[in-house]
Design a protein around this ligand. Structure first.
Ligand code: FCB
Length: 454
């Protein structure tokens, strides 16, 4: 182990969030209904029966949160825009109150010297567009492009980094196949169609961005991870892991960087009875627009075993006995390094920004007033060490955003999973900076760290 990990000059240290997870004010300021408002209010969808109606009330408390970011010395903050706060019906009339809110937040970041990284879509689709077919309707590519253009025109002067779409795979698969997320369908073919449209929407937004002449950078955030075979001596596990690599990673990366989808993956799905999306001439060109960086969200690695009961993937993640986080995700920091190396070798994306990485822990405020989250600090230390190792090996990682700044509404888990480096007491809205945040703050200040065990 090294005695000190150093990061390149100008490394972008930040923390991330998303609108539905933190804003609250679900029915304020002229906002329209989103699919997450509808979904979370449907009984049986959220583990703890909660909704994002209030959450950590960022809508009213953003100044306090940004002051904490400043105190901790963060260089950048990643947040998203709620589409129905800007366009309550998804298309058409712009809600000026919504625009004014985001301008206030972005201006506050700028006044505090914090760079703004703005995600255009982090899953809260206007319900009005879901009623017109949502991501399964090809027309959404145009709806999204028009929405993105509103943001470029109204907020463009205050944004440093744009992210078109957060994790197309989760929006598509968890929302349209696994029934875990809004809009809550169970149809693999529909999910694949949604994935194609999400990628096209990304491309259309990048293309429109270039036409604005804005100077900021733009990219997409993919949720990718290593898919290892559970038993490397078993040919069926090896094949299942290859298939999952295509499903989780290559479908999106091939499209963005090689203008195609993995042919074997699609053939296998078709042979298992999946209806493939219709791909028209020009679709792949639209998707594969040049971007300024690849956003990577990654939390764990998977160890895959063959499982023919799991249609249509015939693969499932097994357990290796590694430590697990509060989400049940296995800790595997070296998988982070392998992933960076694999992405670099396979796609050479130029610049990479880790737009999400983090851990849910069972945190509480102790009698001494502190949140002593040593597991999170350890997670951060081990993953950042792997990031430093990847940089040293030649991977151009230019930034790291810890997920998440404050504890928040963790989708299907509700408030039961705490990811923040700042604790939120949901009854009083009191913020408590966790010990891990103080450690992270030192890392940012020193642009590196000495491992505790060295
Ligand atoms: C990612 C999401 C993010 C958050 C983390 C834990 O998949 O993008 O909103 O929920 O997982």
């Amino acid at each position: 182990m090294k005695s000190k990990y150093e990061f390149p000059a100008g490394f972008l240290w930040g923390s991330a969030s998303s609108s539905y997870q933190i804003e609250g004010a679900a029915n304020e300021g002229g906002k329209g209904e989103s699919i997450w408002d509808r979904f979370s209010h449907t009984p049986g969808t959220i583990g703890d029966g909660s909704t994002g109606d209030v959450s950590c009330d960022f809508y009213h408390r953003y100044e306090e949160d940004i002051a904490l970011m400043k105190k901790l010395g963060l260089c950048a903050y990643r947040m998203s825009v709620s589409w129905p706060r800007i366009l309550p019906k998804g298309t058409g009339e712009v809600n000026r109150e919504g625009v004014a809110f985001y301008r206030r937040v972005l201006q506050c970041l700028r006044d505090n010297g914090i760079k703004a990284c703005l995600t255009i879509y982090h899953w809260d689709l206007p319900q009005a567009l879901q009623n017109r077919g949502g991501w399964a309707n090809r027309e959404i590519v145009k709806w999204f492009e028009d929405y993105a253009k509103v943001l470029y025109a109204e907020l463009g002067d205050l944004v440093d980094f744009w992210i078109t779409i957060n994790e197309p795979i989760i929006a598509a698969m968890n929302g349209h196949w696994l029934q875990e997320h809004a809009p809550g369908y169970r149809d693999f073919s529909l999910a694949l169609l949604a994935a194609h449209h999400l990628l096209m929407a990304h491309g259309a937004a990048v293309k429109a961005f270039r036409e604005t002449g804005l100077k900021a950078e733009i990219g997409c955030s993919l949720n990718i991870q290593m898919e290892y075979p559970l038993n490397p001596d078993d040919e069926r596990d090896l094949e299942a892991a290859r298939f999952m690599t295509a499903h989780q990673n290559a479908f999106y990366l091939d499209a963005l960087y090689q203008k195609r989808y993995p042919a074997e993956y699609l053939q296998a799905l078709e042979s298992r009875g999946v209806a493939l999306p219709e791909i028209l001439e020009g679709d792949m060109e639209l998707i594969a627009q040049r971007t300024d960086f690849l956003g990577i969200n990654t939390y764990f690695s998977e160890f895959i075993k063959y499982d023919d009961s799991r249609w249509p993937l015939s693969a499932a993640a097994g357990k290796t006995g590694r430590e697990v986080t509060d989400m049940g995700w296995e800790l595997c920091p070296d998988g982070f390094y392998d992933l960076m190396e694999w992405v670099q070798k396979s796609y050479a994306p130029g610049k990479i920004i880790i737009t999400e990485n983090g851990v849910a822990c069972n945190d509480w405020v102790k009698q001494n007033g502190k949140v002593e989250d040593s597991n999170r600090r350890e997670y951060l230390e081990r993953y950042l060490a792997e990031a430093a190792r990847a940089i040293e090996a030649g991977v151009n990682i230019a930034g790291y955003f810890y997920w998440c700044f404050t504890d928040n509404f963790e989708w299907a888990r509700g408030y039961a999973a705490r990811f923040g480096i700042v604790h939120v007491d949901y009854k009083t809205q009191k913020r408590t900076v966790k010990e891990s945040a103080y450690w992270y703050s030192e890392v940012v200040k020193n642009n590196g760290f000495s491992p505790a065990r060295a």
